[in-house]
Write a protein that binds this ligand. Sequence first.
Ligand code: ADP
Ligand code: MG
Length: 289
Amino acid sequence: ATPTAIMVGTGKAAQNGIFMKSGEALETAGSIDTIVFDKTGTLTMGKPTVVAMESSDKKQLLALASAAESGSKHPLSIAIVKAAETEKLEIPKAEQVMTRNGLGVQAMYQDQPLLVGNRRLMEKQQLSTKAYTEIETQWQNKGYTVVWVAYGKAVLGLLAIADQVKEESHEVIENLLKQNIDVIMMTGDHPRSAKTIAVNIGITHVIAEVLPEGKGEEIKKLQSQGKRVAMVGDGINDAVALTQSDIGIAIGSGSDVAVESADIVLMKDKIEDVWTAVRLSRAVMRNIK
Ligand code: ADP
Ligand code: MG
């Protein structure tokens, strides 16, 4: 493409609130055939809330969960602490709080271990999960993220956390599929929860239970199958995937790391602009070939 064509193209994108960091970004965007969307905060609002609890002592469950989560900025942590505040619970003070990447958090409370996270975290500590397996499955089938809470040697119960799908997600996906672009959802969440949400917005291809470090590897795998991949994300844990992909697209209001790692930034936070970017690029490349 000529410098003039690229300048006009990136200018037009900017007028639409699509910030292309380089001429190369504009040139590449039109050639992608696969778009991988992060789930939380990209296809969903990223503002989850606690919608159900299962325990013989729900107050204790929520209080201890929020004790472990109160220092974290993870969307699930914020949801749990908010629920405890809404219930006007006093949040106990946990010690030695540690994040377990892709698993949850662990802490100590009154000299006993306190664990808040997914089933894998419970299994790593050899805790029995049997009593709650059925309800976990039920909730996951509804698209909820299930958070387990264990204190001492036993599981105390479960929290169900729901995140609303963005109003525009379904239409955006439908349109991309119509353009013969493969659409994939990628998430650290459980496959069952992820699948339910995916089906609701018209996505059939889901890559779930991916650890934050694994997201870049998943992009590489697609590329090694010959795919030209765009990644759309908002989170710190999307950064590697945004860098690895042929075109990284960040939601403007996303984390600084995501915005820095991307080639294109959607300043209006509208995922329909993913298609606008591809369309613009194709138009520019057509005109100058
Ligand atoms: P993603 O942002 O793609 O959903 P994460 O790696 O942040 O992925 O989380 C993956 C999974 O790990 C979550 O679905 C949850 O089960 C668990 N998890 C991560 N952080 C927390 C947390 N602070 N509290 C509870 N569970 C967590
Ligand atoms: Mg996200």
